[in-house]
Design a protein around this ligand. Structure first.
Ligand code: AKG
Ligand code: FE2
Length: 374
């Protein structure tokens, strides 16, 4: 009876994986089609990165039996958290200083040791990662490299990077999510939807007088139309509700983050200079048009975090990464000769779950889906 139940459970997980795999294939075909049509050629559209929607129910749907109890606990812990104000983070600028609505900056989300550790993770960054392998999606004078959580998790699983680094990354980004959720005093939970560790490196042959931006002015969840209106419609990541950028270093010139009032006038309302442990957070709509000034030398690294209020867009790679971390703690890493993590690593991630019974078991138990990690 029990065996029958377990095999049925696994059949359900298999079906989800198959559906997910098909979705990835469909996305790839769609992407090729879009590339042909030049859909992303407009400079005023915030380009990738970002995965298409995934749902917790779609992906780890059979965990829903834990849901009721979990939700109640989440509510209680949220109330408790609002009462305590015991963080190390200090708010350094709010709406008034930054010149607009729903935005703030804080320091102290990482200490210098943590920044140095997380900078080690940037060594596994891949050119164009998250941007369809485009090396310089934003500025021709910079190289853009990124790492997603899925890639970090795979590297850790195959013993190519240290589990403690991934753990630190997941914990500190969770602290940012929690801070943003509490600061904006949201009534419903804020979920991660996409996380991207990115570095922008000034190319040596860049002209000294370059005036272009490292990241063109944009909003994170809408497309700016010619008239200046920002429309929350396809192909924008319309489900993104809040954004945060957590900075890891300051040993470079330029690279300031700035808010502007309007796409055409481009009047700067507020500037945030990156430094270790500083973050800027804001609502992701047209009220928060922002950009990044050119990085004039060296390398600027930061973690870009996008959040949603809609649980169905939950970042599934974070659930998988937590599950893989638990597996590695229990059974150790997987030895594999000459493993290469390709740029399309998603298929490999799914394959690991298909082939590793322990991972499937932990996923089914909800061990990658810690309630404090929305
Ligand atoms: O790196 C930054 O400071 C901002 C990047 C950004 O706005 C984005 O990736 O959407
Ligand atoms: Fe942005």
């Amino acid at each position: 009876m029990l065996l029958h139940y377990i095999s049925e459970e696994f059949a359900v997980i298999d079906a989800k994986f198959n559906a997910f795999t098909k979705k990835i294939d469909a996305e790839k075909t769609e992407q090729k089609h879009e590339e042909k049509l030049g859909k992303y050629s407009s400079s005023i559209l915030h380009p990738p990165p970002g995965h298409s929607p995934s749902t917790r129910t779609q992906f780890v749907g059979n965990l829903s039996i834990f849901r009721d109890e979990e939700e109640t606990e989440v509510q209680i812990s949220r109330v408790r958290k609002r009462l305590e104000v015991t963080d190390d983070a200090q708010i350094i600028a709010e709406e008034k200083e930054l010149g607009g609505r729903n935005r703030y900056a804080a320091d102290g989300l990482l200490n210098s040791i943590e920044c140095n550790l997380l900078m080690q993770l940037t060594q596994i960054a891949v050119e164009g990662d998250g941007y369809e392998e485009n090396k310089s999606p934003h500025s021709p004078y910079e190289r853009f490299e990124g790492v997603t959580i899925g890639r970090m998790a795979l590297m850790m699983y195959f013993n190519l990077t240290n589990p403690e680094l991934l753990e630190l990354f997941l914990q500190r980004t969770e602290a940012v999510r929690d801070h943003v959720e509490r600061y904006f005093d949201l009534d419903s939970p804020l979920y991660f939807t996409y996380t991207h560790l990115v570095c922008r490196t000034a190319l040596l042959d860049s002209p000294a007088d370059r005036t272009d931006l490292s990241h063109e002015i944009h909003a994170d969840n809408c497309v700016i139309k010619d008239g200046g209106l920002c429309l929350r419609e396809d192909p924008a990541y319309t489900w993104r509700d809040y954004s945060a950028i957590l900075y890891l270093n300051d040993d470079f010139d330029g690279g300031e983050f700035f808010f502007v009032d309007d796409w055409k006038s481009r009047r700067v309302q507020g500037i945030v200079r990156p430094r270790c442990g500083r973050m800027v957070a804001f609502s992701a709509g047209g009220e928060n048009l922002h950009g990044v000034r050119g990085v004039r030398n060296s390398r600027r690294c930061a973690v870009a975090l996008w959040f949603t209020l809609d649980e169905k867009y939950l970042e599934y790679e974070r659930v998988m990464a937590n599950t893989m971390l638990t597996r590695v703690r229990i059974l150790g890493t997987v030895q594999h000769e000459d493993i290469q993590i390709s740029s399309r690593y998603e298929d490999m991630l799914i394959q690991c779950f298909k082939e590793d019974e322990m991972l499937r078991h932990l996923l089914r138990e909800g061990r990658g889906n810690k309630k404090e990690q929305h």
